[in-house]
Write a protein that binds this ligand. Structure first.
Ligand SMILES: NC(=O)c1ccc[n+]([C@@H]2O[C@H](COP(=O)([O-])OP(=O)(O)OC[C@H]3O[C@@H](n4cnc5c(N)ncnc54)[C@H](OP(=O)(O)O)[C@@H]3O)[C@@H](O)[C@H]2O)c1
Length: 341
């Protein structure tokens, strides 16, 4: 192994996000010396393909991280709480897709287009934000720098893929008339819309809504930012959609907003209403861009703007963002086991 290659563990390799992590690592030619796919006991021995070779999935244990340089976790918050510190202590850099450490002050919460500099502040764990938050902050950041955001009102329309394999299975079973296994959602999702993503807390907000508020502030490094969210599950695949209403402190020209977004890293404008062109989840599936359209003034407040933002929650909302973090870490902080010994 050369100093430029890494032993990589993918925890949750059989899941929706873990599967995409494997795809993205391969597509972006992340320098993998050895791949270790990990999952629960029920997937032991299952074969996954990576770089043209079959790899057997191993069961995650406390011993799994010996000689691992990079551990990408996508197996839920409980698994991350139990095993991410173990992996970090064994010397791996952990990039965690779960919510376990996102608001921990000692753990950077990173979207590489927004706050890549925070990666260096890690003590072994870097958190990947919530999918709905990632696509929103990629869009908000360049606007905040120019016109300073005072308040954001966001309503989401979230894909069933955001709820993992069980969410997809429930929709497929309902649409095809088969009996679903264990249901993921508290109501039917086919031909329905649920104003609930995750559990509710005192005050009436769901966990997903609170994530959007708190994670946005942490990533943007601005606790004064006022954000309110309504998160909704819809029966679609391919990506999360968001209606985002923004109030700026400073006056703006609409054409300057469009130009700023056109130049923003990771953003792709799809906005031609005369041709019925606007972002949609069927177009964002398997893409890494954050698509922005329906860009228009909100005339009801001074300095108001409305946007429609769509992105594939499994790619930029999870796997791609995690691999981008790994790439930036590799360029700026990495010392592989082989370079040390
Ligand atoms: N879906 C999204 O859009 C999205 C976006 C951002 C972040 N995330 C986060 O990413 C994580 C995974 O989400 P997902 O949608 O990929 O879920 P998923 O499709 O249900 O996959 C879950 C994965 O975790 C593994 N797992 C579960 N319990 C385990 C255990 N005790 N030990 C080892 N592995 C275990 C599963 O392995 P088995 O197959 O063996 O059960 C599977 O590989 C969650 O924390 C989620 O919040 C998801």
């Amino acid at each position: 192994m050369t100093a430029q290659e890494f032993n990589v563990a993918v925890v949750g390799a059989t899941g929706l996000v873990g599967g995409k992590v494997l795809e993205v690592l391969e597509e972006r030619s992340f320098p993998v010396a050895r791949l270790l796919p990990l999952a629960s006991a029920k997937s032991a021995g299952k074969k996954i393909k990576f770089q043209g070779k079959e790899h057997a999935v191993a069961v995650l244990t406390a011993e799994s991280f010996r000689d691992i340089d990079v551990a990408l976790f996508s197996a839920g918050a409980t698994v991350s709480r139990d095993f991410a510190p173990v992996a970090a202590r064994a010397g791996a850099i952990v990039i965690d897709n779960s919510s376990a450490f996102r608001l921990d002050p000692g753990v950077p919460l990173v979207v590489p287009e927004v706050n890549p500099h925070d990666i260096k502040k890690n003590s072994g764990i870097i958190a990947n934000p919530n999918c709905s938050t990632i696509q929103m902050v990629v869009t908000l950041k360049p606007l905040h720098e120019k016109w300073k955001i005072r308040r954001v009102v966001v309503s989401t329309y979230q894909s069933v893929t955001g709820a993992g394999k069980r969410g997809v299975n429930q929709l497929e079973a309902e649409v095809t008339g088969k009996t679903a296994g264990e249901k993921k959602f508290p109501h039917p999702i086919a031909y329905n819309v649920l104003p609930q993503v995750d559990v509710f807390f005192e005050g009436g907000y769901s966990r997903e809504e609170l994530k959007m508020v708190n994670e946005t502030r942490k990533i943007m490094g601005d606790d004064s930012l006022r954000v309110t969210a309504t998160c909704v599950r819809v029966p679609v695949y391919g990506g999360h959609s968001e209606s985002v209403n923004i109030e700026f402190e400073r006056e703006f020209r609409l054409e300057d907003v469009v130009e700023t977004l056109r130049a923003a890293p990771g953003v792709c404008i799809q906005d031609d209403i005369l041709q019925d062109i606007y972002p949609m989840p069927i177009w964002s599936k398997d893409r890494d861009e954050v698509f922005v359209g329906r860009i228009r003034r909100d005339e009801t407040v001074p300095n108001g703007l409305n946007l429609w933002i769509v992105s594939d929650n499994l790619r930029k909302g999870a796997a791609t963002n995690a691999v981008q973090i790994a790439e930036t870490w590799a360029k700026t902080c990495a010392r592989t086991k082989s370079s040390i010994t």
